[in-house]
Design a protein around this ligand. Structure first.
Ligand code: G6P
Length: 610
């Protein structure tokens, strides 16, 4: 998730690009850069940090140009620093590119380019693109043809824009899997990764589709495929306001983030499943995999929602990898002088990568000599940098304070790690393939659950005035009960508790009456019969029940007041599906109560204090 903006026309592009970047900063904000053509010469300025830093740097440079491209980065390959920031240039600085997405075969392409004598300045996958295009220009092709030829060799996703001082009258852009839109003005045209960057200049836009290449000059626009087939594009008129657009047309970031989970889970999986071998490929674990497989014990440490992901991880790792696993709050771990030794592997899960307690626990574990690994969303964050190795979740920036898409991506990464270890230990190829296929099917299943949004909203209407809620689940779905209760607490301020369903009879059952709704997570797995007994116990005491159950479960409707039906998957992956209705339920209850769901009272997105 990075931001792209480009301009060609009669005006000075510099303020237009900087303002465009500011509008895109929510997509990524760890570094920013601008590339312009000035008097036939190209100039690239970039830095780590926010767009305002870039703006300060160029303020006194008196840059004036009619064509330029700019980028705000959310790192995937390579930490946020000046070298890894975009634009990336060819050796003589005549050609530069900004790129959004992931080039999956960049290592192969890089090797070929290194053999041809190209040198690389950054650790990014994106830099291969500029040298690859350059190599086709050197063979005598024009810019457009060179971009097309390069993209024929690329596997992965891209939204990109390129400028070449040899053809200063145009910007060439292309898209596959990463959004790109062309804005059409009077004697000026624009390119952007989303319309919010250009909406103050034009409302006439053309959306590029996968495999399309656009060539824009100040007076013209045309599109071809990467195979050079001409295509007719439709011009759309934008009617949304800027604020609506930032949130992707959704009223809140939280809803947007819930709704984009099919895509964010796909991003977490991209390039990481090796189906033929029934395993996963996690570049960030290559150097430590033997130590991890041979670990005598795994400890997972985190806070909040990430701690809930850790609990699911414990079930996964113990079931598939047969390595004893413990989960501990980072705040507890850091203060109680835990027993840690060199044969332990300790996983630190954190969306932000900056949570103070998790970071301090990491330093403690490191000092005691354990193998420390990170599962972080924000690339280059403190926890990502301080761990020996790890796996990024690639869920994109999460803005809503209540974590949603980061959680499902953490679960996906934990499943990938479990698969990797299990296959290196005693899981068969056949079982590995079956598991890999189930993982790959998850995004489509999430999509089908999201279609239940209206129904869940009706259930929220029914329960919005409840003062307390009980969330109950067993096995893999016990942590989901905790997470569902946390979501409700965080944004609706309703008291909610999560329990393992069987524990209900040891206390919480005393609370049950007609005013205490109970949510049962009851997919058909080995604990199903037992959970049905727990449902009966609540029913007998007049409690109102919402059940999250499987699509083919018609029997449960006879026992419960409301049911939300979700597709089947294997037990280990069920939490990725069962949590979605709970996120939506919490969201709708909070909205109906008129609360600020994106910024709930007293909470912070990233808690960098103890
Ligand atoms: C805060 C946030 C939670 C989050 C927790 C851990 O409390 O409000 O949503 O789960 O921190 O954050 P991390 O970035 O480490 O996952």
């Amino acid at each position: 998730m990075c931001g792209i903006v480009g301009y060609i026309g009669n005006k000075n592009c510099v303020p237009i690009l900087i303002n465009g970047l500011k509008r895109l900063e929510y997509r990524g904000y760890d570094s920013a850069g601008i590339g312009i053509l000035q008097d036939q010469k190209s100039l690239v300025i970039k830095n780590k940090g926010k767009v305002t830093l870039l703006e300060e740097r160029i303020q006194n440079l008196n840059l004036i140009s009619n064509v330029g491209i700019a980028h705000t980065r959310w790192a995937t390959h390579g930490i946020p620093n000046e070298l890894n920031a975009h634009p990336h240039s060819n050796h003589d600085g005549t050609l530069f590119i900004i790129h959004n997405g992931i080039i999956e075969n960049f290592l192969v392409l890089k090797k070929n380019l290194l053999n041809q004598g190209y040198r690389f300045n950054s650790e990014t996958d994106s830099e291969v693109l500029v040298h690859l295009i350059d190599s086709f220009i050197k063979e005598g092709n024009d810019l457009t043809k060179s971009v097309q030829l390069a993209l024929n060799e690329v596997a992965g996703t891209y939204g990109l824009a390129v400028i070449y001082s040899g053809e200063p009258d145009k910007i060439v852009a292309a898209r596959k899997g990463s959004p790109l839109v062309v804005g059409l003005g009077e004697n000026e045209n624009f390119i952007a990764s989303d319309v919010s960057a250009i909406l103050s200049h034009t409302k006439q836009v053309v959306y590029l589709e996968d495999g399309e290449v656009a060539v824009i000059t100040k007076n013209s626009f045309n599109a071809k495929t990467i195979y050079n087939k001409e295509i007719e594009k439709e011009v759309h008129e934008i009617t949304l306001t800027l604020e609506e657009i930032d949130k992707g047309g959704y009223p809140h970031f939280m809803l947007k983030e819930i709704m984009e989970q099919p895509e964010t889970v796909r991003n977490s999986l991209r390039g990481r499943i090796v189906l033929d071998e029934g395993t996963s490929k996690l570049g960030g674990l290559i150097d430590v995999i033997d130590r991890l497989i041979n670990a005598k014990r795994i400890i997972i440490t985190a806070c909040g929602t990430s701690w809930h992901a850790g609990l699911v991880g414990e079930y996964m790792i113990e079931q598939f990898c047969r390595i004893p696993t413990e989960v501990e709050y980072a705040s507890e771990f850091r203060y109680r002088n835990p027993i840690v030794n060199k044969e332990d592997a300790i996983l630190f899960i954190s969306q932000s990568g900056e949570t103070a307690d998790t970071l301090a626990a990491l330093q403690e574990a490191k000092m005691k000599g354990a193998l420390v690994l990170g599962i972080c969303n924000v690339v280059g964050s403190s926890i990502a940098r301080e761990t020996n190795s790890g796996v990024y979740t690639h869920a994109g920036p999460e803005i809503g304070v209540a974590s949603t898409k980061a959680f499902t991506s953490q679960l996906v990464v934990l499943a990938l790690i479990s698969l990797l270890i299990a296959r290196r230990k005693n899981m068969s190829l056949v079982d590995g393939k079956a598991l890999a296929e189930e993982i790959l099917a998850i995004p489509d299943k999430i999509e089908s659950i999201l279609k239940l949004n209206d129904k869940i909203e009706q259930i929220a209407e029914e329960f919005k005035n409840a003062k307390n809620f009980l969330y109950l689940g067993r096995g893999y779905n016990f942590p989901v009960a905790l997470e569902g209760a946390l979501k409700l607490k965080e944004i609706s301020y309703i008291h909610a508790e999560g329990y393992p369903a069987a524990e209900m009879k040891h206390g919480p059952i005393a609370l049950i009456d007609e005013n205490m709704p109970a949510i049962f997570i009851a997919p058909k797995d080995s604990t199903y019969e037992k959970i049905i007994s727990n449902i009966q116990e609540v029913k007998a005491r007049g409690g109102r029940i919402i059940a999250i159950a499987n699509e083919d479960d018609n029997e449960i409707d006879k026992l419960v007041d409301f049911s939300i039906k979700i597709p089947q998957t294997i037990r280990m992956l069920m939490p990725i599906l069962t949590v979605i209705p709970l996120q939506l339920l919490a969201y709708h209850i909070a909205v109906k109560k008129g609360l600020n769901v994106d910024q709930p009272r007293n909470l912070a997105k990233s808690v960098t204090v103890e």
